[in-house]
Design a protein around this ligand. Sequence first.
Ligand code: SF4
Length: 206
Amino acid sequence: MPLPFPWITQDEDRTILEKLQNHAIELGAESAVLLDTHRIITRDDLAALCKKPGCPNYGIAASCPPYVGGPQALLQDLEHYTHALFFRVHAPKSQVFSAMLPEIMGQVHTIAASLEYKALELGFSKAKAFAGGSCKNIFCQDQPDCQVVAQNGPCRNPTLARPSMSGFGIDVSALATAAGWPMLDKNANATMDDAPMPLYGLVIMG
Ligand code: SF4
């Protein structure tokens, strides 16, 4: 039987990565898949969607453009990474399109950050996590501003908030395809409020 994750050459790495994959589920992810980092595609056109007027979150937090490196910077960075853990959280459609969205996105950020810490603990010293949505609307919604952007100070939530995948132009659809997860048909289940909607996070390790 062929080994899973054929790009992982060391048995030790395989065991550690599977431990991390299981940890994602323990933390509340609905599913988590190990991928070769070559499956991560960065696209300038996707990052461009973060700019005004497309996204109201442009410039409001250090985790979003123009304060993140963007597609080209991530592409260069990825040369030093070999493994990725892509995970998804499922939430009912009625909650995603409600005032509960920041709480749900907060869960994705928290899982991503926890996995990053776990990967560091397991020996992946360059582990880095990404989530979705602006952390300003999630963790600092009661604050007048992002402390990093407005005061050049430290992040108020360094153990929770992670940069947005969108700001780096990460093609989430391509990752979902690589993970074997069909992308949601926006027209299907349109009337079902309890239809599960996926929200994604990513950790890269070298
Ligand atoms: S201070 Fe708040 S808004 Fe700024 S990066 Fe940290 S969590 Fe995000």
